[in-house]
Design a protein around this ligand. Structure first.
Ligand SMILES: C[S@@+](CC[C@H](N)C(=O)[O-])C[C@H]1O[C@@H](n2cnc3c(N)ncnc32)[C@H](O)[C@@H]1O
Length: 347
């Protein structure tokens, strides 16, 4: 899913007119034309709607605030030495700018499918000086594409325009996973795409996502990430952190979610076997698996009972163990029958 089509069409008209000398003029005209599409958020920064009018690119709390409190701070970027960050779904580039503001030695690989939104990032105001670094990289991309030769002086940012599922990844210490919500577009929340991420992450690395979706968290667990959660600046549900190869025990996710991820059929992950399926196919295939699991498993515990902790004693005991959430979830899911059925679809 991309940002709102009508806004992107306006931006597109300006891309072909862009050259080394007319940024100010374009800014004036483009922002005027986009007046009814740019939405001001709580911290004064702007955002766009998505193709689905019910979802914005950023929450109302603020685009830059979100970047700081859902991505930069929870991944402890400030404390990391020369981290290599994968900035998935760079969009208007708030996350990338905030990352450099908190750690000037970070190296960033930005990946975004939509050219127009990146072009727009050249003209919005992000009140951090590191915006100039990111803008210069975006400028380099568009000027070269239009036949001008321009080399950014900043070497610590790589920009790839394309579908993240197809992009060649490096090895990262931090992953900002900032796709639209899995309910509307599960493309980057599938078991298979998360495996690609897992395989591209270093020891002691962490992935951060604002989403607390149950199938997303189950897919992370199935890929052996150690899942954890942190408070969100504006929502009751926390954000998700997923660690690879750490030797400490991070915060556990809340108990109800642990049980839902382990026991509820609603946790069945999204699957995209070839990393190329459409979002409709991914959603439909998951519904099919849910039906088949229900049929084959015979009895399973209802979500209502799981929420109320009306589960077998064995499960209650497991949840009291001193382990991380991933270990608890894996152990609990083995107690109920359909775990092995699911595994057939994941292999
Ligand atoms: C929630 S917005 C990201 C906001 C952004 N991180 C920022 O700081 O402004 C989601 C973005 O994901 C992009 N996107 C959607 N599908 C993608 C894909 N398969 N690969 C790469 N980017 C994708 C959209 O075009 C959109 O810009």
């Amino acid at each position: 899913m991309k940002p709102q089509k009508e806004a992107l069409e306006i931006v597109k008209k300006y891309i072909s007119k862009y050259n080394e000398d007319n940024e100010d003029k374009i800014k004036e005209n483009l922002l005027k034309e986009l007046k009814n599409y740019l939405v001001r958020t709580g911290d004064g920064t702007v955002t766009l709607r998505s193709e689905d009018s019910k979802e914005m690119m950023h929450s109302s709390v603020g685009a830059l605030t979100e970047a700081i409190y859902k991505f930069v701070k929870p991944t402890k970027l400030e404390e990391r030495k020369d981290p290599f960050i994968l900035d998935l779904c760079s969009g208007l580039t708030y996350n990338a700018v905030a990352a450099l503001n908190y750690n000037r030695n970070a190296k960033i690989h930005m990946v975004e499918i939509c050219e127009e939104v990146l072009f727009l990032s050249l003209f919005i105001d992000i009140p951090l000086k590191e915006h100039e670094i990111i803008k210069d990289k975006v400028r380099e991309y568009f000027l070269n594409k239009l036949g001008y030769s321009y080399k950014s002086k900043y070497k610590n940012v790589i920009l790839t325009v394309g579908d993240a599922r197809k992009v060649k990844f490096y090895n990262y210490d931090v992953v900002f996973h900032d796709a639209f919500s899995p309910k509307r577009d599960p493309t980057l929340y599938t078991y298979n795409f998360l495996k690609k991420l897992y395989n591209s992450m270093n020891k002691n690395s962490v992935l951060s996502s604002y989403s607390s979706s149950i199938p997303f968290r189950r897919a992370l667990v199935e890929n052996n990430f150690i899942i954890s959660e942190e408070k969100s600046p504006e929502r009751k549900r926390g954000i998700t952190l997923a660690y690879k190869d750490i030797d400490y025990k991070p915060n556990r996710v809340n108990e109800v979610d642990e049980r839902l991820i382990a026991l509820s059929i609603s946790s069945i992950p999204y699957i995209d076997k070839t990393l190329s399926w459409s979002k409709e196919k991914i959603i439909k295939y998951r519904e099919e698996i849910k039906l088949r699991v229900k049929m084959e498993a015979g009895n399973y515990i209802s979500t209502k009972k799981i929420r109320a902790n009306k589960v077998p004693n064995e499960i209650v005991k497991i949840q009291k163990e001193d382990k991380n959430s991933t270990e608890i979830i894996k152990k609990m899911s083995k107690v109920i029958g359909w775990d092995s059925i699911l595994r057939r679809y994941l292999s």
